[in-house]
Design a protein around this ligand. Sequence first.
Ligand code: FAD
Ligand code: UDP
Length: 370
Amino acid sequence: MSATTLIVGAGYAGSVTARALADAGRRVHVIDKRPHIAGNAYDEPDAHGVLVHRYGPHIFHTNGERIFQWLSRFTQWRPYEHRVRGVVGGVRYPFPINRDTLNMLYGLDLDEAGAAAFFERVREPREPVLTSEDVVLNSVGRDLYEKFFLNYTRKQWGLEPSQLKAGVAARIPVRTNTDDRYFTDAHQAMPLHGYTRMFENMLDHPDIRVQTGVDFSDVDNRASYDHIVYTGPIDAYFDHRFGALPYRSLRFEHEHLPQVERFQETGTVNYPNDHDYTRITEFKHLTGQKHSGTSIVREYPQAEGDPYYPVPREENERLFKRYEELAKGERNVTFVGRLAQYRYYNMDQVVGAALAAAKRLSESAASTPT
Ligand code: FAD
Ligand code: UDP
């Protein structure tokens, strides 16, 4: 019997690696401590039959042609372009900030060149741009920073924008046109029958065995596997030897509204300055589902709880590097994914990282003398 690879975690990192290894001829055993597959992308019908994302809204978008084609083996797609509004002073503005946002907010009638000139006038040039505060002030200046970014970031991370690396706020573009899509990637789509179904198809292979409800700490025959792919938090793998690596958590408050066809005009509405939650998402926008009622989720950021976000700041990355050094010494373990690599990855980036990890593993196995 050929040796088996153990994969810890059945989210994108684990499931993509599992399938790619199985396709390359390996036998794979996937475990997840949760009672389901798909990791944070898990979706399910709620008690009222509306398809919801248990761990918050997931919108697939990528410029990676290869990544999109690879996933397309396991799902058909529903084209979907996500739109978001940001509420300031009780008014819903297009977000990311674009020309319409400026015109609505300041009672202007700017054209594209006028919007560019506006940003040029109000921006506070920063050099170098190191933090998320730098990014926003450098592009849109203080008023827009305070209205749309400052309090949202405080709420989401429990930190000042000046304490977060530039990459966090740099996820959000600033536009002089009137494009109000949240993403501009070449591919923007939702799996037609949901993420969980896509993962079921991905893991449906004669050489993949899946066990949910199993924690890595309960696996006492680790030595019997030829290799381990670990996709959980890297600090937990090493028993927090150097101290806990901070991960930001969320509490999700799901609600079903009977006899409400449509709750809000866009998939997501952000509340930078009001409430303890950051945003409300209405799932029917994302999925296109028809239902007499609707289901929404509010996201409440918190320090404790399941790890959802690495916290991108210098000191955390220094601590991560220490764990990464330990990881390099674990010859038979590959660390991949948002928690294991401590990177603020989107779904498509995790697919890319997992495919690369599987390729490396297959190649190293092929070159190992027997
Ligand atoms: P995870 O999905 O976290 O999977 C890791 C798995 O490992 C988990 O299922 C966990 O239970 C399991 N595990 C951990 N430790 C153990 C252990 N000891 N034993 C057994 N199992 C273990 N990305 C986008 O591209 N678009 C979006 O719109 C988007 N929205 C998001 C919204 C929210 C609220 C969040 C939190 C993330 C969002 N993301 C989005 C990011 C996306 O969720 C991640 O990139 C992706 O799911 C990460 O996959 P992963 O496999 O690395 O981690
Ligand atoms: N952000 C903000 N105001 C908003 C939306 C986002 O200040 O209305 C900032 C905030 O710091 C957030 C980051 O931009 O954490 C990235 O936002 P994104 O929507 O990409 O976050 P995610 O969907 O990953 O939670």
